[in-house]
Design a protein around this ligand. Sequence first.
Ligand code: ADP
Ligand code: MG
Length: 634
Amino acid sequence: MAETKQFKAESKRLLDMMINSIYTHKEIFLRELISNASDAIDKLYFKSLTDDQVGMNKSDFAINIIADKDAGTLTITDNGIGMTADELENNLGIIANSGSFKFKNENEKSEDVDIIGQFGVGFYSAFMVAKEVRVRSKAYGSDKAYVWTSCGVDGYTIEEDDKETVGTEIRLTLKDDTENEKYSEYLSDFRIKELVKKYSDYIRFPIKMDVEKSRRKEDAKEDDYSDEAYEKYIENETLNSMVPLWRKNKNELKPEDYNNFYKEKFYDYADPLKYIHSKVEGATTYDSLLFIPSQAPYNFYSKDYEKGLQLYSSGVLIMDKCADLLPDYFSFVRGLVDSADLSLNISREMLQHDHQLKLIAKSIEKSIKSELKKMLNNDRENYEKFWKSFGVQLKFGVYDNYGRDKDAVEDLLLFTSSAEKKLVTLDEYVSRMKEDQKYIYYAAGDSVSKIEALPQTELLRDKGYEILYFTDNVDEFAIKVLMRHGEKEFRNVSEGDLGIDSEEQKEETKKLSEDNKDMLALITESLGGKVKECRISDKLKSHPVCISSFGQISLEMEKILNQNPQNQKVTSEKVLEINPNHKIFAAMQKLFESDKDKFKDYASILYDQALLIEGMQIEDPVEFSNKICSLMAQ
Ligand code: ADP
Ligand code: MG
């Protein structure tokens, strides 16, 4: 008797979940086992193309399903690459999933539905329907075979086996039927056929099963239609059509076909927002099937996420995630490309420099872009849904590589605007600009309501100018790279001159500044280098003060950059602007003449207030509060 080994902790939990699953789609276990068989055959087939030793032709490869109703077992065999003892141990003994499987809350039962639907849980799903799983396997190139057996959480055994042919045989002993669950249904020819059609029709190798059929006996009398006139016989039937979906004609396919294919292949539980099926002929020839998911995968905005499309050469998978086929800003696209122009045994390094691949990538980028444009123009609702999930990625696309690709995505951008607080494109904004409006205005902050409270936005909104509200960290960085849209420059409402004054107003401000020169200088001085300058403001309406910045780094950028503890502290160059029409201005003028100490206190309070309004930290909250209190006590 072989020693029983324990599953690794993570696997044990998954296994436990599978065994006790209340998941309603237990049937997916068959899809998982067939995909594994097909992957294993793919590997050996791929080898056979360059290695005569394999001694197999494409037509030799097959997956077989054997249902034994008497024994209550379902067996799936393949003549693929097989597994060594180590591989049995490592692939089936520990959770195979590449880190995408995270338990959020192990005690939560409802979780199990999501997890199973969302990711392929692979081999372990067999335990949803089986009380025992036995895997006999002989690896290609090895002269020994092994058998792996497990009844679930108690562990598994691995022993030598007498399997003679290369490949793998997986036997499930189905659970006993209960009142609610009829596991024996998975032994019915009809049900198995249905499942193969539904989930595995596109598998490129035949999935075969002995199916019981009936035909008229040769010697049956012409008018005899009784049971005796028929005989049963067994036919080894191929259940799947084997034509990859992307090779089929578009007019043969229904949206459900695409949606199902997407969900099965890319383990999403929601239909894609859009699919793009192209057959391209010309400078390069390829079929492609691309999908825009309806929501971002949970790890999309993390380093773990790997972009890329599956790459096939004449129907044979040569790479699972070919990153070179997708620019970063379209990294959310899933799908595949199949081209006869690519050589099968091309190495990854060679592929990067492959001329054909570059042509294909260019053409794919174009088709994604035009599809998104179409959606933006004709199906705004869906586009906005798309934007919610992936807009940030497009904005990074503007910013990345110092704006190298900004033109590619500029037209696809959306921002919330002050007009109706709806999303607008830059073109839409510009088309609505007032005649006398010089700039495309924007304001940045944590949320729309915080931005609206900014003193600087009041006057602009009063004038009927639209303001773009930047609430994503990347927004302003992207806009700085863009600099302008068409002829129109972007302008931060907190940045210096907003270009809204008439010559007359400018004169007036200039005169006021002259007249109060000494007072403004004393404010600057008393703030001890915290601001570059104190100035008469022309952008305030009801508020007393605001802070503006000049130079490359805005206030919001300062906030964002300093959130990252690794960054060196950066500071924007600040200007304190004071509203000459506010009561406080007259009060300051008076104090400037009568009480310089108090004047300095006021200056410091005004500065801190301006910071607070901007949503920035003040340096010394205690001192600030003391100063206010002593004023209140007067
Ligand atoms: P995944 O298929 O996502 O890698 P699975 O849990 O389905 O995860 O399978 C785990 C691993 O077990 C596979 O990656 C493969 O290495 C191995 N495996 C499973 N079934 C077979 C098979 N029929 N032939 C060869 N290897 C297999
Ligand atoms: Mg699998």
